[in-house]
Design a protein around this ligand. Structure first.
Ligand code: HMG
Length: 372
């Protein structure tokens, strides 16, 4: 039996900053952001958006009443949670009106969280094929105004429905994880911004890809030629290419890589959701994909946990994508001036933790937590 991704969708904040505007305001050559980092726009959350509103919007796009009656596992991968005890998944389970006899919890390991959730969801459905599992990755990446990380900020959520006989991607049983205790990026409890050693984080990402790929090759006997496309965790879009290029200059993989970063270039870092936004970008922008193609996914969370795994496209996958909706979502956003962005960045949220809202109110943008 095959288990994998039956539906997948993303949601991003309603506002963004153009990277040329940011570069000019910071006295930097815009090419450093557009070419050096590979970012054109950066999503910015306002006081009416948080990981609950982002996650609810992403999931609402894909869930039917039948899904809600069948899901019995909801896992949220996030590193932006502001509640040390109660899981965001419990709030989203309620808002999304999923049947009550379900498990709901949150997973944390930096940007790797959603991949841990996906692997657990896969095992759950393998053991209970009549059930469905919902994975939501939702994060807000903030490094601070004028910081080195500022051009790699972003925000957004991805929702993934995991089922038996999936209609988009069947997950293979070949995953290779790697854990290393390295302080490249971390955020001690109570601190607003992460501590980050940018150069070490880049190098650890590159080394992690090389290590998991080497082990993957050894275990499976597969090579880069066996893949139609690779997708990467994308803190900024050049990162995946920096990891791939020392190992392969396969022209087709590099061509498909550009399709896999179309959306990420316009959003920035989603933390846990970044790899899966890149996957959606590939599926919705590549014109070369056909059923049976093998895709490779590289997940990386600072701290660090990395994982490489593969999935195969299933017949009719293109009919189950949300391409029109996603393109409209990105095009309909409002461009902020840098002074508007800075004002929003410094403003405090409303602090409504613990207050119950209706799904309609949340979709319209009432936040659950005080982000600041
Ligand atoms: P920086 O020091 O501002 O940038 O930091 P730089 O000097 O390294 O330049 C960046 C690139 O722009 C370089 O390209 C320059 O050559 C190029 P590279 O040599 O690396 O290929 N450049 C130009 N290109 C064209 N025209 C120009 C020009 N000028 C320069 N005029 C850094 C960059 C990413 C380190 C910083 O933004 C940062 O610290 N970001 C946050 C950390 C991060 O994103 N790390 C990535 C790996 S870790 C990860 O992915 C996990 C994470 O998602 C967190 C989690 O897991 O939760 C972050």
């Amino acid at each position: 039996m095959e288990v994998g991704i039956d539906k997948i969708s993303f949601y991003v904040p309603k506002r963004y900053v153009d990277m040329t505007d940011l570069a000019e305001a910071r006295g930097v050559d815009p090419n450093k952001f557009h070419i050096g980092l590979g970012q054109d726009q950066m999503a910015v959350t306002t006081a009416d958006e948080d990981i609950v509103t982002l996650g609810a919007n992403a999931a609402t796009q894909i869930l039917t009443d039948e899904d809600k009656a069948t899901i019995d596992l909801v896992i949220v991968g996030t590193e932006s949670s502001l509640d040390e005890s109660k899981a965001t998944a419990v709030v989203l389970h309620d808002l999304l009106e999923i049947q009550p006899f379900a498990r709901a919890y949150e997973i944390k390991e930096a940007c790797y969280g959603a991949t841990a959730a996906l692997m657990l969801a896969k095992r759950h459905v393998l053991a209970n094929p009549e059930r469905k599992a919902l994975v939501i990755a939702s994060d807000i990446a903030r490094y601070g105004l004028n910081s080195a990380g500022e051009p790699t900020q972003g925000a957004g959520a991805v929702a993934i429905l995991v089922t038996a006989n999936p209609r988009i991607l069947a997950l293979e049983n070949d995953s290779v994880p790697l854990t290393q205790n390295i302080y490249d990026f971390w955020r001690p409890t109570g601190e607003e911004f992460p501590r980050v050693d940018g150069k070490l984080s880049n190098q650890t990402y590159i080394d992690s890809f090389a290590k998991v790929w080497e082990e993957y090759k050894k275990r499976t006997g597969l090579n880069f030629d066996d893949f139609t496309a690779l997708t990467f965790h994308s803190p900024y879009t050049k990162m995946g290419k920096k990891a791939l290029l020392p190992l392969s200059d396969n022209a087709h993989l590099l061509e498909e890589f550009e399709k896999a970063i179309v959306y990420n270039r316009r959003v920035g870092n989603l933390y846990t959701g970044s790899l899966y936004l890149s996957l959606i970008s590939l599926l919705e922008n590549s014109t070369d994909l056909v059923a049976g193609n093998r895709l490779g996914l590289f997940s990386y969370g600072s701290g660090t946990v990395a994982e490489f795994f593969s999935a195969k496209l299933v017949e009719g996958f293109e009919k189950n994508l949300q391409t029109e909706y996603h393109r409209h979502l990105l095009d309909a956003r409002q461009r902020l001036s840098i002074s508007e962005y800075e004002k929003i960045f410094n403003s405090k949220g409303l602090g409504q933790a613990g207050v119950k809202f209706s799904l309609r109110e949340v979709l319209d943008g009432i936040p659950f937590y005080n982000k600041n």
